[in-house]
Design a protein around this ligand. Structure first.
Ligand SMILES: [Zn+2]
Length: 317
């Protein structure tokens, strides 16, 4: 049986901190979860926090190499613990999230926290530094909100569902830089255990319609040219579409989840198997796709116990 989730993934990744424009920076780490930074005239915004406050200290150290402006805002692109639990380190005035993300934290935040810590031991360095309880947004919005950092316009947008119900992107129209959260990945496998497969491709088209010239994905290197942005959007769309088509066909033919999982894995591995966390994501992604194709409009809640039971059911020979 394959090692559960990311338990075999122990290699420390190298961090890059790249300037994309006068106001935008990307903190990336070879496929580990990224953090975006917006530096305005009078404030800094951090987009996704890293998994623990101790890990967030390294982001703060990099920010302080380029600006001494206050970190006033943390923006949560979605509710996943690996994006959220470092928030306290920044001591922000406000934590911003969509109302849909807020609702997911209420509904399933505690279960998600236990589930994700169980899946990714390496990604929760110094997990004891995470405060008890949930990271609660202090500002929520629906659809669109605009902040002005002096003369810098910062648009906070819900462009549709995809990776989760609450997906939020940050768009700097003057600089044409977009921070996508996990809606877009590059050289990294999209996690789709909480996804809306039938909506995700259209949401990617909505991102493309903004014509971003640079894009910070949820995982993988910053995309620095329009061609790289197009490649990131196309790769994510192809993976999501091909996975769902395979699962829908198998479910429609009456095959059970395990059979559909095996055939979908074999079908996708030649094209996507080199992307980081492929083996980790596939059981979760196929399980959710099978649900969506068989009449569960909303993702079922993952718990630490459900994670293990699913893994054993699908990966045992
Ligand atoms: Zn996520």
């Amino acid at each position: 049986m394959k090692t559960f989730a990311s338990h075999a993934d122990l290699e420390i990744k190298k961090v890059s901190f790249d300037k994309l424009s006068d106001h935008a920076y990307a903190y990336t780490a070879e496929g580990d979860p990224n953090t975006g930074i917006v530096v305005g005239d009078d404030a800094v915004m951090v987009i996704d926090t890293q998994a623990t406050p101790v890990m967030a200290q390294d982001v703060i150290r990099r920010i302080r190499e380029v600006t001494d402006k206050p970190i006033k805002y943390v923006l949560l692109s979605h509710y996943h613990a690996v994006r959220v639990l470092g928030a306290s380190a920044y001591q922000p005035e406000h934590i911003i999230a969509s109302q849909d993300t807020y609702d997911l934290i209420v509904e399933r935040g505690e279960q998600d926290k236990a589930s994700e810590i169980g899946r990714f031991p390496r990604l929760f360095q110094n997990v004891e530094s995470v405060p008890p309880g949930m990271t609660w947004p202090t500002i929520t919005f629906t659809g669109k909100m605009t902040l002005w950092f002096g003369k810098l316009e910062v648009q906070i947008l819900q462009l549709g569902r995809g990776h989760t119900k609450g997906d939020t992107v940050v768009w700097l129209p003057q600089d044409k830089v977009l921070f996508s959260g996990d809606l877009v990945e590059f050289d990294a496998t999209p996690y789709a255990g909480d996804a809306y497969f039938q909506d995700w491709p259209q949401t990617l088209d909505n991102i493309a319609a903004l014509q971003p010239e640079k894009l910070v994905p949820g995982r993988g290197p910053a995309l620095r040219t329009p061609d790289e942005v197009s490649a990131g959007l196309a790769g994510t769309k192809a993976f999501v579409s091909e996975l769902y088509a395979s699962v829908k066909a198998g479910a429609g033919a009456g095959r059970d989840l395990k059979a559909v999982y095996r055939e979908t894995y074999e079908r996708l591995a030649p094209k996507y198997g080199q992307w980081v966390i492929f083996a980790h994501c596939m059981p979760f992604d196929v399980t959710r796709a099978y649900d969506e194709a068989t009449g569960y409009p909303d993702p079922r809640i993952w718990t630490a116990e459900r994670d293990l039971a699913m893994w054993q059911a699908l990966e045992r020979d």
